[in-house]
Ligand binder design. Structure first.
Ligand SMILES: [Zn+2]
Length: 304
């Protein structure tokens, strides 16, 4: 749609409302993020009430089923999805898209593991969004103007407030609020600099070489993440990391969660790295230069 009619920036979805398919937090999250990645500026999703859903989509669906019946009646077998797709596409003006398992997996990757649930989901019939992760809902749909307040609009955000560093200075330990993937806050002991760290410390990692904006490879809970330094304070570094979806495979989440930015000690910064490289098979995915990754990855048998 964006390709054929780039002037269209508002998209309205109309569907029935079973929670198993459309009326759930995962779909709300995708509806309030993916359209913006495609260049839309405003989105609404409208749910018909049970047994009241005979709208345009049902009419189109019914017409396609009838067409498929006719094709078979005229002697063409339809043994699989690809044939169905091909036949309907050739004989109907309706655009038909095949959703592959890969497409579904790619969408799943976009959804954070712990999503907040929207209150009042069952009563809601319209979801609206004009900004990624920020939604408005109401019990009845209204289209009188894009920003109207009819039928009592409620606001909801999938974002969460930034985690705040609590520096209790003075002592030998610093408590750092660390939340990642729903983990608990952890108390982190001050760097223990042992004698066998020469390999790491003699890398070019130092307060002189790391500045805000520098790409670094950090270790968190045994795993490595690329990220950019966003703040430096008292020998610690706040790093905004990418999200992992595989071995040396990362993406930048559309909506930032508090766990994405964590304070690290210099010890946890394993390397200063060049900008992550796009993985050519998928425009949204990046990897760390394999040479550097392999050197620090725990999968490397030569690293202790
Ligand atoms: Zn209105």
């Amino acid at each position: 749609m964006r390709r054929e009619c780039p002037e269209v920036t508002v998209i309205h979805f109309v569907s029935d409302g079973p929670t198993s398919q459309y009326r759930n937090k995962t779909n709300f999250y995708l509806a309030s993020t993916v359209p913006f990645m495609m260049g839309f500026q405003h989105v609404t999703w409208n749910f018909s009430e049970a047994s009241h859903g005979k709208g345009a989509p049902d009419g189109v669906g019914g017409a396609l089923k009838n067409l498929a019946d006719r094709i078979v009646a005229y002697g063409t077998s339809i043994p699989d999805v690809d044939t169905l797709h091909h036949q309907l596409d050739a004989q109907s003006s309706v655009h038909i898209f095949k959703i592959t398992e890969d497409d579904i997996n790619r969408s799943s990757e976009l959804v954070p593991p712990s999503l907040k649930a929207l209150p009042g989901t069952m009563k809601m019939h319209q979801l609206m969004s004009s900004s990624p992760g920020e939604v408005k809902t109401r019990e009845l749909s209204c289209f009188c103007d894009g920003a109207c307040e009819c039928y009592g609009v409620r606001e909801f955000s999938f974002r969460e407030k930034e985690t705040v560093l609590q520096n209790k200075g003075g002592g030998g330990t610093t408590e750092v609020a660390q939340k990642k993937g729903g983990g608990d806050a952890t108390e982190v002991a001050q760097n223990e600099i042992s004698e066998d760290t020469t390999e790491v410390t003699q890398n070019e990692i130092s307060e002189d070489t790391i500045e805000v904006g520098t790409w670094v490879l950090v270790q968190y809970d045994g795993d490595l993440f690329p990220g950019t330094v966003t703040q430096i304070s008292n020998g610690q570094y706040e790093v905004d990391t990418m999200t992992a979806i595989g071995e040396n495979k990362f993406y930048i989440p559309t909506v930032k969660f508090p766990g994405d930015k964590v304070w690290y000690f210099q010890d946890d910064i394993k390397a200063i790295i060049p900008d992550p490289l796009p993985i050519t098979s998928s425009a949204r995915h990046f990897c760390v230069l394999p040479e550097i990754w392999n050197k620090h990855s725990k999968k490397n048998p030569f690293r202790i």
